[in-house]
Design a protein around this ligand. Sequence first.
Ligand SMILES: NC(=O)c1ccc[n+]([C@@H]2O[C@H](COP(=O)([O-])OP(=O)(O)OC[C@H]3O[C@@H](n4cnc5c(N)ncnc54)[C@H](OP(=O)(O)O)[C@@H]3O)[C@@H](O)[C@H]2O)c1
Length: 244
Amino acid sequence: MTIRTILASLVICTLLPVAAFAQGTILVAGATGQSGRLIVTALLEKGFTVRAMSRSAERAASLGEGVEPAVADVTDPSSLSNSMDGVDAVLSAIGGRRPIGSNGFEAVDWEGNRALIDAAKAAGVKRFLVITAGSAGRDGFIYTLPFGPYPWKAKAETYLRESGLDYTIVGPGGLRDEPAGRYGVLLTPRSDYVPGPINRGDVAEVMVASLLDDSTIGKTITMVNDITLVPDAWRAELSAFPLD
Ligand SMILES: NC(=O)c1ccc[n+]([C@@H]2O[C@H](COP(=O)([O-])OP(=O)(O)OC[C@H]3O[C@@H](n4cnc5c(N)ncnc54)[C@H](OP(=O)(O)O)[C@@H]3O)[C@@H](O)[C@H]2O)c1
């Protein structure tokens, strides 16, 4: 091997994206949702193996051939253990759509996330990231929707913080169905959170960037779009973002 070949190899290695070195199987709970689908795509782009949880085999299969389907229901904790085999991290993007009922906010956003956290611990999965909401657990926040998801998401956050898992909590503002990178993103601790809209694509990017960055362990990151900020500038802020 000539010096020129060695130098060329070094340059190529340096320029390769993180994807080339990222390994592991990530369980995405809520993979079929509007945010979950974007997370799945972002993980595949980084070279991860993705296991996609859904209550429906058809919906899980709709994510494409490169994705391992995992049929499970978070309201039935006994259905979760098989999904955890060989998993390196769990990303939860589940959410109920109804205030009450067997698949309402309490059952999914609180008890469902609790069941996922318990199943991860039982399977020896150490890393757990979850999407909650910017307004969940805000000090002094008067919940404008008495039957909204925020109190249940706040309970899930507390449970995760006390679980002993390596956690990251991402609390977005109001979700818009738009791709990443269109606007700047303001990342703040919960105490500084001011409600606003956020594009689902940006939420997916923050989730995956947090997975790739162990400095985000132990952090609760709320986020909204901010048109005065440079898109992608948030990436340089993750490591200095304060711990809980
Ligand atoms: N909408 C907003 O403005 C807003 C704001 C802040 C935070 N959030 C939160 O952001 C997250 C993502 O929201 P989204 O609108 O992108 O989600 P979404 O489209 O409503 O998708 C919800 C996901 O949850 C899964 N799910 C629901 N019940 C389940 C169960 N019993 N077992 C297993 N999976 C279950 C669904 O999977 P299957 O149906 O395939 O089983 C689906 O993949 C949610 O936690 C949401 O509460 C939303």
